[in-house]
Design a protein around this ligand. Structure first.
Ligand SMILES: *Cc1c(COP(=O)(O)O)cnc(C)c1O
Length: 392
């Protein structure tokens, strides 16, 4: 078996159709889309098509799309725009389980004098909407809530959240990097002000993304320079990548159904196989309101990193929820916020599928992983406790 890639929430394969659409813009069609001449103009026309394709997947107007260099830039630009536009409001609300692109910026802003409320989650990673209601203040400038969690796949009820936040007239940002292509999005009915997506999570290249800014919403460019993006982001456009993002968004809409049927069935097969095949394993995240491609499982008494290393030898790619590699033995901030017990949190593995996965790959993992876990448990420092539980 070649590489079995189950790490699509970290990054995804560029779809061959996306690459094909990009290639001419690296070679023959190298004009600057801002040029007056026809040669550049044809690139400008293709850029407009890409903008329309991204707008179509969000159900918004093309003029509401700003291309960025990545999801992180989109998150930063949205949050900083909302704060800069309302200098008298110094309070920000977000959650404990956001991606570092939001959480680390929020913590940075605290050092700059902003007040921060971090909403907690329950054991399944769900928000308490009453806690959200109670957190909103007269000086709240922005609420930032991710659409779907990258580690557990738990989906937040952004529609309900938006109704609560907008009824107080507060700006709302959502990091939808993991939602695009997996959940239908329609900015016509979802009253958020800023929404962020990233190319490399949706089978487009790394280093490109888009920020949706609702018409009339305050905006402050992050990169001040030329008139590109209607003055909302200076810098010559990353043309091939943007064209790739446009194509990827078109495909995301076309494959949405497949993602929620075939890919979801593969994910469910993997989840059922692993939970049945490995004693003392448990699911992390909301069993129902969850991305169709994601499953995060904790295997008690083993280190996620060790599981990843042994899986790597079998050609299986996944992610762990702990961060031992960075020198700390802290489990992920997401699992900690959920209160996952220590002996489970350390042994967590996230599997994230895509339309390129097959049933044979899932069956291979279901067959191999129980042996991997058994091997690791045999040498586990928790072995006494393990035997006490009758797992010896
Ligand atoms: C990957 C990811 C990001 C960051 O996107 P980049 O394009 O890598 O900067 C932000 N938020 C979530 C939820 C992600 O999964």
């Amino acid at each position: 078996m070649d590489t079995v890639y189950l790490d699509n929430n970290a990054t995804s394969r560029v779809d061959p159709a996306v690459l094909e659409e990009m290639l001419p813009y690296f070679s023959e069609l190298y004009g600057n889309p801002s040029s007056m001449h026809t040669f550049g103009g044809q690139v400008g026309a293709k850029l407009r098509e890409a903008r329309e394709r991204v707008a179509a997947v969000l159900g918004c107007d093309a003029s509401e799309i700003v291309f960025t260099s990545c999801g992180t830039e989109g998150d930063s630009t949205a949050i900083r725009s909302a704060l800069e536009a309302q200098p008298d409001k110094r309070h920000l609300v977000t959650t404990k389980v956001e991606h570092p692109a939001v959480l680390n910026l929020a913590n940075h802003l605290v050092k700059k004098g902003y007040h921060l409320t971090l909403l907690g989650v329950d054991s399944q990673g769900r928000l308490d909407l009453d806690e959200l209601r109670g957190s909103l203040r007269d000086d709240t400038a922005l609420v930032s809530v991710m659409y779907a969690n990258n580690e557990t796949g738990t989906v937040f009820p952004v529609q309900e959240i938006a109704e609560i936040v907008k009824s107080r007239g507060i700006a709302l940002h959502t990091d939808a990097v993991q939602a695009v292509g997996k959940i239908p999005l329609d900015m016509g009915t979802l009253p958020v002000d800023y929404l962020v997506l990233s190319g490399h999570k949706v089978h487009a290249p790394k280093g490109v993304g888009a920020l949706y800014v609702r018409k009339g919403t305050p905006f402050r460019p992050f990169l001040i320079g030329g008139h590109q993006e209607r003055g909302r982001r200076g810098g010559t456009e990353s043309v091939p990548s943007i064209i790739g993002l446009g194509k990827a968004c078109e495909l995301a809409a076309a494959y949405l159904e497949d993602e929620n049927t075939r890919v979801k069935a593969l994910r469910d097969r993997l989840q059922a196989g692993l939970l049945a095949g490995v004693p003392e394993s448990r699911l992390n995240g909301d069993p129902e309101r969850r991305l169709p491609n994601t499953v995060n499982i904790s295997f008690k008494f083993v280190e996620g990193e060790a599981i990843l290393l042994l899986m790597d030898q079998l050609g299986i790619c996944a992610s762990s929820g702990s961060a031992c590699t960075s020198g700390s033995l802290e489990p992920s901030h997401v699992l900690r916020a959920m209160g996952v017990p220590f002996t489970f949190a350390h042994g967590s593995v996230r599997f994230s599928l895509s339309r390129f996965n097959t049933e044979a790959e899932v069956d291979y993992v279901v067959a191999e992983l129980p042996r991997v876990i058994a091997r690791l448990r045999a040498i586990s420092p928790f072995s006494e406790e393990r035997q006490g539980l009758g797992l010896g």
